[in-house]
Design a protein around this ligand. Structure first.
Ligand code: HEM
Length: 456
């Protein structure tokens, strides 16, 4: 980073109250708006959107400053109020201070590369169930909406991992209620004209109905679990959360925290993985050379048997495909931090109260850090290349102490899903398909991803 002596102000499009910005975003979409401004202003630019001052962060040095060097000045405060209020309460994804530290410490052991292996059986079994479903559909070259297909599997995996839920109906019901809650929280933050949440409007009623159902479901599972003898507990995340003890105080989590953490895991962990898988199918259909290399590895290493956890070690290219999809199409294309006190970063004045939007989507396409950045090239993630790279040039899971808790879970899950499904199936685009990516809380293909199922 070049250090400048004078303090500079951050460049960006200037317009009254950000009204022109709002208009441009509503006509062109946020993705195009950000791309154009990145080209025009560079790796740090400021955008007024209505009442909010957002600082867009692309350069990996700045990502390092915000998430590591001066992380205590960049916290999850007001920007997370809606997620806190409407979805996860005091869960680890939004908490701060001592509560966050304690909860993160308590949960970290479940999410280490070894810890998540305990869930590999669920991941393997659920994906194999999907192959049975797809087998008959592929025989008829059925058209599927790929994101929905992937979400069915990842929702089922995470609900089984947390609660040992095995009823497919229950899984579907909870998934839909949680989707309603997520959509509501995001719509509420994007809509300054939203009526208060206690007014009996259609969307308020749908939200509270979904909220009450999800809470009732979790409360019911919790009641049943807490009534059991601990020696009878199933080996799932909920049991681990209940029995986790703070080493210093010997305390366990309160019931409310158990609920919030269970909900946090579901909220954070199923749509992101489903979007990653959809983006992989999209990338494979566009890159026949990569697909051929993937098939070659799967055929060589797996034969006809279903893979086991051990087999994954022999599938490095498969994992690189996952990582490359997370680079070009990161499911969480941006994440926010609130500025606590004025700061100076690379000579720029960072104003207290503004919101830093970290943008992995653009960092991952930065030509100074990625050769031919738009090319889908899994071998960029070979171990030697990873070592040489700027550590923050790749941050699909965030960076620093608040890096995604579930990153190993989701890498294992998508590695398994891709190995099993790509071994047998080769989904194709429908004729004339062009994806229309859009950029909100998550990276979404606005027009969906309809694909024709084919067996290989
Ligand atoms: C491809 C899938 C996923 C992606 C791209 C992803 C991405 C992210 C990102 C960008 C953050 C925010 C980092 C920050 O604010 O600094 C985050 C946080 C988090 N994620 Fe994930 N995530 C994924 C899957 C999962 C899964 C499967 C789980 C749980 C099983 C999970 C649980 C969490 C939690 C608990 C946090 C908050 C950590 C903290 O603040 O201490 N995520 N994730």
């Amino acid at each position: 980073m070049v250090i400048h002596s004078g303090v500079r102000s951050i460049p960006g499009p200037k317009n009254l109250f950000g009204l022109k910005n709002l208009r441009n975003i509503s006509t062109d979409g946020f993705l195009k708006f950000l791309s154009e401004n990145w080209q025009a202003y560079g790796d740090l630019f400021q955008v007024q959107i209505g009442p909010k001052k957002l600082v867009m962060v692309v350069h990996p040095d700045y990502v390092r400053h915000i998430t590591m060097t001066n992380a205590s000045n960049y916290l999850k405060l007001e920007s997370y109020d809606n997620v806190r209020k409407y979805i996860v309460g005091d869960g680890v994804i939004t908490s701060e201070g001592d509560l966050w530290k304690r909860q993160r410490r308590l949960m970290a052991p479940f999410y280490t590369p070894r810890g998540v292996q305990e869930f590999s059986d669920i991941m393997l079994r659920d994906t194999l169930l999907m192959t049975e479903r797809w087998q008959s559909m592929a025989a008829q070259h059925a058209e599927v909406e790929m994101f929905d297909e992937m979400a069915l599997v990842t929702a089922s995996i995470i609900l089984k991992a947390i609660f040992s839920t095995d009823s497919a109906d229950e899984i579907l019901e909870i998934k839909e209620y949680v989707e309603t809650m997520i959509a509501y929280a995001s719509e509420t933050s994007n809509n300054p004209f939203k009526l208060p949440d206690w007014m009996p409007t259609g969307s308020n009623k749908a939200f509270w109905h979904a909220h009450d159902k999800v809470h009732a479901y979790i409360n019911d599972v919790l009641d049943k679990r807490l009534a059991m003898d601990e020696s009878q507990y199933p080996n799932d995340l909920l049991s681990k959360l209940i029995t986790a003890e703070d080493k210093e105080t010997g305390e366990r989590m309160s019931r409310d925290l158990l609920r919030d953490e269970a909900l946090t895991n579901f909220f954070a962990g199923y749509e992101t993985s489903a979007r990653t898988m959809s983006h992989i199918w999209y990338a494979l259909a566009r890159n026949p050379d990569v697909k051929a290399k993937l098939h070659e590895e799967l055929d060589r290493e797996l034969g006809d048997a279903a893979p086991t956890l051990d087999d994954l070690k022999r599938l490095p290219y498969t994992l690189r495909v996952v990582k490359e999809a997370l680079r070009l199409y990161p499911p969480a294309p941006m994440y926010a931090k609130d500025v606590v006190e004025d700061d100076v970063m690379d000579g720029y004045h960072i104003e207290k109260g503004s919101v830093m939007m970290l943008l992995p989507y653009f960092t991952h396409r930065h030509p100074d850090f990625w050769e031919d950045p738009l090319r889908f090239e899994p071998d960029r993630h070979a171990p030697e290349a990873e070592k040489e790279r700027h550590a923050q040039a790749y941050h699909p899971f965030g960076s620093g102490q608040r890096i995604c808790l579930g990153n190993q879970f989701s890498l294992l899950e998508t590695h398994i899903m891709l190995a099993i499904l790509a071994k047998r199936f080769d989904p194709k685009f429908v004729r004339g398909y062009e994806a229309d990516f859009s950029f909100g809380g998550l990276l979404v293909i606005e027009n969906g991803l309809p694909m024709i199922l084919e067996t290989r």
